[in-house]
Structure formats: structure tokens, C-alpha cells
Design a protein around this ligand. Structure first.
Ligand code: HEM
Ligand SMILES: [Cu+2]
Length: 549
């Protein structure tokens, strides 16, 4: 099997002493904190989002343990509410949104287009500082004060009922929002200006296309979220009626503004994941990506449609039946570009010479779990079904299939794919494959029972429940414990690889992207000389032909 070929290649990589790289050309903590190098900023993001992931994960682990028993005797209801809110806010705004664009994208985007850096390196550093300030601020507000509105900050909870630290939490989220906004701006400018000679738009790797589409969403949607949150703050401080009916405001208005951002935001979370998978599958199937132009256009199609479906979150909130019908139909349309991608990945796999290396395991996990998440989304877009399962565990299961089964899987795939490029080292193949499997099965055991729970009527955000739901909840908690092991393992073998890992060489996967044509880790300015592109991406069949000669 070609896996063996890969492993033997890893072993053959020459053990020469590394010359100057982005990691060692200067040293000291200040050289990192003041760096304008996109690769170092990518690493700074990587470390920070990882910390946030484990904080958010810890919070929900306690909440999930509480659900082992129907009466929820582990923690008080109030603590439970604060924990799931902390989990949601951290995971969405401080992990899922930035993780792929700001951490992986920052690192590989310039390398993939043959550029020296992003177009606006200082703005890039500023983005990271805004992220850190927003994160510390929000965390402090949520831990010292606490909020219990859920990550959606719905009014009237957030405008009157909740008495905790709503205002500082929202300000923190808005600050972090500007970080995404600047990253998006930076990426758009970079893709327009900095492509290597010969790298036309339709020669761009799909990951670059998806980062571009994501950036457009950032630019159009983040300001709306910022405005909505600022209006809640204004209302709480000045008591001018905006959303609060008691003051003459309209609570539905908040939901419109919020979801006008947050629905497109779910595509911010999933599009770059699709991009990663579109890099990994051709590489480990040693085939050209099937239907490249369709995949590229479908990314832009998803980005455009994302803005037309926000009110499918509001079917039971009191919008008119006609509006609901329109939003329901539009929601079905989003399935088309998504299905195109799934079809193209499957077609790429067909008759490929597949190697089940770790990044590929994660990518295949993504395709399976994302497909289930997407199909259950169609259930939710169906008006009658949505009325039945709205705000139940069915919804929790659906979005975790997309965001955790989909996005986190893709992220892990990308991390394992580009790790040798980032660090110059290989990690343990055995342990990393184990953790891919543990995450996959742990994930299923955690979230599959939640579809059953939701369908049978267990509402979300409840700290206790009727005893007949216990069996499924215990299964889900057991799955979550397995999942937790799967997430902690990579921390171990990746850190160990930094010291003990084999040297990776410039191109351990024999991939075709430009990022593999420079040493690992790359030198400070990425390429010794600017590469000139003469071929379309993913020309794995050419390489295969050469090997056969
Ligand atoms: C990257 C990973 C994850 C993300 C982005 C994420 C995101 C979210 C979000 C947005 C919510 C909604 C909170 C709300 O209802 O306001 C939520 C709820 C929940 N999450 Fe996660 N989650 C992640 C991982 C996990 C994991 C690993 C578990 C399993 C232990 C988990 C278990 C839950 C549960 C049980 C709830 C429901 C809380 C409730 O409504 O009572 N999540 N998650
Ligand atoms: Cu939506």
C-alpha cells in the first residue's frame, strides 16, 4: 500500500542541520511578540486558539458530567447555565471562527501562493493582539462575573433578565470581531496582489479559494454583529428602547441582526475546512481534484447563499409564514453547492491509490460527519420538522456534526498535514492514527444519542430532565469522555515530535502545492527565489506517470 511508501520516504529524509529558518533567525520572546512574519503570527494564533479550545472543552465537560443524572446534582442550575454559555462563546468566537483562517491560513496562505508574506504584515500582528485582548477580556468577564444567555445573547435575556457581565462580554466579542475583520481584509488584498507569476485565479489551490470566500464573509458580516452587540450595550446603558419591548424596542430585530452575521459565520467555520479537505484528498489519493472549477465556484456560491438564509433560525420566533417559506426554500438551495463538493471529493477518491495516513483519516472523517450534519440540516430547514425539534438536542447534535465532526476534523487534518511544514518534524504515525480513530468514534458516541434525545423532546440548555432520557445522556457523556482523550492525545505526540520527531524534509507527502517547494521549516522570506507557476494545481497524475516510466 502506498502508506508504506510514505513512511519509508519519511525515514529517508536527510538529517542535515537546518539552516536559518523562520523559527531561529532571531530569538527571544520579544522577537515573537513584535514579529511581522505571517508564519510566526500563525504559530501565535495556534497556541492561543488551542488554549481557548481546552478552556471551552473543560467547561462543557463539567456540564456534560452533570447530565449523567436526571436531577443534575453535580452543579447548581445557575452554574450550568454559565458553563454552557462560556463553552458556546469560547468555542464559536474564539476557537472555530479564527482557528483555520487565522492559525493555519496565516501560516500557509502566503506559502501557497508563492508570496513572501501577507500584504499587510503590521495589520496581521494587530489582528493577533485584538484577538488576545478580546479573549482575555471576555474570559475574565465570563469567569469573574459570568453570563447565562447562551452564546446567542438573545434579548430579552441579555437586555433585562440576566444580571451578570453581559456588557463586558459583548465588548470582548466585538474586539475579537475586529481581529477577524482585519484578517479577512489582509487575505483579500494578499490574494489579489501577491500571487506568484503564472498563478492565475483558476490555478489557485482550493484552500486559497475558500479562505478568500471566508474573508469576504468576514468583511460583510462582522460589522453587522458588532453593531447588534453594541446596540444591546447602548440599550442597557442608556435605556433607550431598541430591542426591549418594555421600552418600545423589538426583540425580533436583534435576532435578525444576530443571525445575519451568525448564519454566514457557520460558513466561516466550515468553508476553510472544506478547503483543507480539498488539499488532503487529492494528495493522499494521488489524483487530480475532480471538477476543480465547480469546487472553486461552489465556495463562492456558498458564501453568497449564506447571506440569504439567516431567518431559518427564527421559524418559531414569530416571523410570518410567508417569510418562513421563503427562508426554508432558500436554505435547501445551500445544500446544492455543499453536495457538489461532497460529490467531487468522492469522485476524486474513486479509483485513487489511497493511503490512509493521518491527515487522510481526518479528511475522510470530515466527509462522513459533515454529510450527516448537512443532511440533518435539511430536516431543520423543513418547517414542520423544525417546529418539532427546535431548541432540542436535535439541533445540538446537528451543529456539532457540522462544527465538531466537520470543522474540527478538517482542522486536525490540516494541522497534521502542514505540521511537518511548520516544524520540520514528523509526529508518531501510530499515535496520530489512533487519535483520529478515537476522535471519530468518541464523536459518534457523544452526538448520535443527542439526535434521539432531541427527537424525543429533550430541550437544550436544561440542567435536569425526566428520567426516561437518562440512558441516552449516559451514552453521550461516555462518548464525550472518549472524545476528550482523543483531543488531549495530539497535544502529547505533537509536542514530543518537536524534540524527537524524524526530520520531515521539504515534502514528506510528495504533494504538489507551492508550499512544499521550500524547506521545512521555511526560511524567513519563504522562498529563495519567487516560484513561477506553469501548471494547474493537483497534478498528481503527472507525477504518477513519471513514476511509472
Ligand atoms: C470545537 C468543539 C465544540 C464546539 C464549537 C461546540 C459548540 C457548542 C455550542 C455553540 C453550543 C451551544 C450552547 C448553547 O446552547 O448556547 C454547545 C453546546 C453544547 N456542547 Fe458543544 N461544542 C464543541 C465541543 C463539544 C464537545 C467536545 C462536547 C462534548 C463533551 C460538547 C457538548 C456540548 C453540549 C452537551 C452542549 C449543550 C449545552 C446545553 O444546551 O445544555 N461540545 N456547543
Ligand atoms: Cu443558519
Amino acid at each position: 500500500m502506498s502508506t508504506e511508501i510514505l513512511e519509508s520516504q519519511i525515514a529517508e529524509a536527510p538529517a542535515v542541520v537546518q539552516p536559518e529558518t523562520y523559527l531561529n533567525f532571531t530569538s527571544g520572546i520579544l522577537s515573537w511578540l513584535l514579529t511581522k512574519d505571517h508564519k510566526r503570527i500563525g504559530i501565535l494564533y495556534l497556541v492561543s486558539v488551542t488554549v481557548m479550545f481546552f478552556i471551552g472543552g473543560f467547561a462543557i465537560s463539567v456540564a456534560r458530567l452533570n447530565l449523567m443524572t436526571p436531577e443534575g446534582s453535580l452543579i447548581p442550575a445557575d452554574t450550568y447555565n454559565r458553563l454552557f454559555t462560556l463553552h458556546g462563546v469560547i468555542m464559536v468566537f474564539f476557537f472555530l471562527v479564527p482557528v483555520v483562517p487565522a492559525a493555519l491560513g496565516n501560516f500557509v496562505l502566503p506559502l501557497m501562493i508563492g508570496a513572501k508574506d501577507l500584504a499587510l504584515p503590521r495589520i496581521n500582528l494587530l489582528s493577533w493582539y485584538l484577538y488576545i485582548i478580546g479573549a482575555c477580556w471576555t474570559l475574565y468577564a465570563m469567569i469573574a462575573g459570568g453570563i447565562d444567555t447562551g452564546w446567542t445573547f438573545y434579548t430579552p435575556y441579555s437586555s433585562q433578565a440576566s444580571h451578570y457581565d453581559i456588557v463586558p462580554t459583548m465588548i470582548g466579542v466585538v474586539i475579537a470581531g475586529f481581529s477577524s475583520l482585519f484578517t479577512g481584509l489582509n487575505f483579500v488584498v494578499t490574494v489579489h496582489w501577491m500571487r506568484a507569476p503564472g498563478l492565475t485565479w483558476f490555478r489557485l489551490p482550493i484552500f486559497v479559494w475558500t479562505l478568500y470566500a471566508t474573508s469576504i464573509i468576514f468583511l460583510l458580516a462582522v460589522p453587522v454583529l458588532a453593531m447588534a452587540l453594541i446596540l444591546v450595550v447602548v440599550e442597557r446603558v442608556t435605556h433607550i428602547g431598541i430591542f426591549d419591548p418594555a421600552l418600545g424596542g423589538d426583540p425580533l430585530l436583534f435576532q435578525h441582526l444576530f443571525w445575519f452575521y451568525s448564519h454566514p459565520a457557520v460558513y466561516i467555520m466550515i468553508l476553510p475546512g472544506m478547503g483543507i479537505v480539498s488539499e488532503i484528498i487529492p494528495c493522499f489519493a494521488r489524483k487530480k481534484l475532480y471538477g476543480y472549477t465547480f469546487v472553486a465556484y461552489s465556495s463562492m456560491g456558498i458564501a453568497a447563499l449564506a447571506f440569504l438564509v439567516w431567518a431559518h433560525h427564527m421559524f418559531v420566533a414569530g416571523i410570518s409564514v410567508y417569510a418562513a417559506l421563503v427562508f426554508s426554500s432558500l436554505s435547501f438551495l445551500v445544500a446544492v453547492p455543499s453536495a457538489i463538493k461532497v460529490f467531487n471529493w468522492t469522485a476524486t477518491l474513486y479509483k485513487g491509490s489511497i493511503s490512509f495516513a493521518t491527515p487522510m483519516l481526518f479528511a475522510l472523517g470530515f466527509v462522513a460527519l459533515f454529510t450527516i450534519g448537512g443532511l440533518t440540516g435539511l430536516f431543520l430547514a423543513t418547517l414542520g420538522m423544525d417546529i418539532h425539534v427546535h431548541d432540542t438536542y436535535f439541533v445540538i447534535a446537528h451543529f456539532h456534526f457540522i462544527m465538531v465532526g466537520g470543522m474540527v476534523m478538517a482542522y486536525m487534518g490540516g494541522l497534521h498535514y502542514w505540521w511537518p511544514k511548520m516544524t520540520g518534524r514528523m509526529y508518531s504515525q501510530w499515535w496520530s492514527r489512533m487519535s483520529a480513530l478515537i476522535i471519530f468514534f468518541g464523536f459518534f458516541l457523544t452526538f448520535l444519542p443527542q439526535f434521539v434525545l432531541g427527537y424525543n423532546g429533550m430541550p437544550r440548555r436544561y440542567h435536569s430532565y425526566p428520567p426516561e432520557f437518562q440512558v441516552w445522556n449516559v451514552l453521550s457523556t461516555a462518548g464525550a469522555s472518549i472524545l476528550a482523550v482523543g483531543y488531549v492525545l495530539p497535544l502529547g505526540y505533537l509536542l514530543l515530535s518537536l524534540r524527537y520527531g524524524k526530520r520531515a524534509g521539504p515534502n514528506p507527502w510528495r504533494a504538489t502545492g507551492l508550499e512544499w517547494q521550500t524547506p521545512s521549516p521555511p526560511p524567513k522570506d519563504n522562498f529563495e527565489e519567487t516560484p513561477i507557476v506553469v501548471r494547474d494545481p493537483y497534478q498528481y497524475h503527472l507525477e504518477k506517470a513519471q513514476n511509472e516510466l
